[in-house]
Design a protein around this ligand. Structure first.
Ligand code: GTP
Ligand code: ZN
Length: 344
């Protein structure tokens, strides 16, 4: 892990001002003033794939992929795809190079999942994303509204903007589905891999400049979509493996892929098909229904908004939430029930 003379010279680019002297340095926590920043794009059995920008770590160095391990001093701290990290050691990115991650920068968002709704163990699956793209086929397989509601709750809870992508528009009419979801005011894009990939440009507009996590049940066409968006990605597509009965993705880890034009990122999450919602604070769900929230003023204390005493029924019935009120209330209750595990 020694520096090679060819990689560095005296005028290494220093990307962050030295903090030496600003804080007392603990004996077992080195300051790592020479650490270089990078973005974690994949995680595989304790090995992290980190993208380091051009010129960082040495002004002649190109943009490169650096393999890294977690420094012992980080202990059990989790590092996930999307994390901004600081590296030391061999940051040149040669074939045998292995750097060490010594710091994880504060996260702007975390997408968590629990195995099911009662599982207390939650895992962060992606950091620093700003959009959750929920991929659903209009047919083959049929849309699963409860799964979609569940993903919406996960998005709201993580402060990610949801985007619905409805694939296989060549196979079914989109109108019935859109009618169900219209009251939710979630933006959507309709796609078809036929017809010159209908909807792809529109989808790209939504992805531009953002970090978007793609989730979807097996067979909805998520890999087909990701391959069209990022042609170099080579995500395995196809049906379930006849021999093993499993999909071709065996990894459950996410992978970050940069869009070829522009500065957006697609984070593909094979194996992440749903979210346990055990970590979601029920009280926060109503905050995502600003049209209904004022109606809760008349609720009893600690109202779950899914009980006979809830004031929302009367408020909505009196028309105060507008014509979409009843279906909005229905949606809210669907989400609340998804959270309490009743609907699955
Ligand atoms: N008719 C039609 N078929 C599609 C469309 N998009 C994908 N498919 C087909 O649907 C099947 C599943 O597509 P994939 O992209 O592998 O689906 P996936 O969501 O990645 O599923 P896994 O690979 O199991 O995770 C494949 O046979 C695709 O060719 C579409 O827009 N229209
Ligand atoms: Zn209530």
């Amino acid at each position: 892990m020694s520096r090679r003379a060819s990689d560095y010279d005296e005028s290494d680019v220093r990307i962050r001002p030295s903090r030496r002297g600003s804080r007392p340095r603990s004996k077992d926590r080195p300051a790592h003033d020479d650490a270089v920043p990078g973005l974690v794009t994949a995680v595989d059995r304790g090995r992290y794939t980190v993208l380091v920008a051009k010129g960082v770590g040495g002004k002649r160095l190109p943009e490169r992929v650096v393999m890294a391990m977690k420094a012992r001093e980080l202990g059990r701290k989790g590092i996930v795809v999307g994390d901004n990290v600081d590296l030391v050691g061999d940051v040149g990115g040669g074939p045998d190079a292995l750097a060490r991650i010594v710091r994880v920068q504060p996260r702007t968002s975390v997408l968590r999942r629990t195995a099911d709704d009662t599982d207390p163990v939650e895992r962060v699956i992606v950091a620093n994303a700003d959009q959750l793209v929920i991929v659903t086929a209009l047919a083959n397989p049929e849309p699963r509204p409860r799964l979609i509601d569940r993903c919406l709750v996960a998005a709201y809870d993580a402060d990610l903007d949801p985007l619905l992508v409805l694939t296989k528009a060549d196979l079914a009419d989109r109108a019935p589905f859109l009618q169900t979801y219209a009251p939710l005011d979630v933006p959507h894009v309709v796609t078809s891999s036929e017809d010159d990939f209908l909807g792809l440009e529109q989808l790209l507009d939504h992805l531009e400049g953002r970090v978007s996590v793609f989730v979807g049940h097996s067979g909805v066409g998520k890999s087909t979509l990701v391959n069209a968006l990022v042609p170099d990605a080579n995500r395995a597509t196809g049906d379930v493996n006849d021999v093993t009965g499993r999909g071709r993705h065996t990894s459950t880890s996410a992978v970050a892929l940069r869009l070829p034009d522009g500065d957006g990122w697609v984070i593909d999450t094979p194996g992440v098909r749903s979210f346990g919602l055990a970590h979601v604070d029920l009280a926060r769900i109503i905050d995502h229904f600003p049209d209904l929230e004022p109606g809760t003023a008349g609720c009893p204390r600690g109202c779950t908004h899914d009980e006979p005493e809830c004031a929302l029924d009367e408020w909505v019935a009196s028309g105060q939430a507008g014509p979409a009120g009843p279906s909005r209330l229905e949606s809210l209750r669907r989400l609340l029930r998804a959270r309490s595990g009743e609907s699955d």
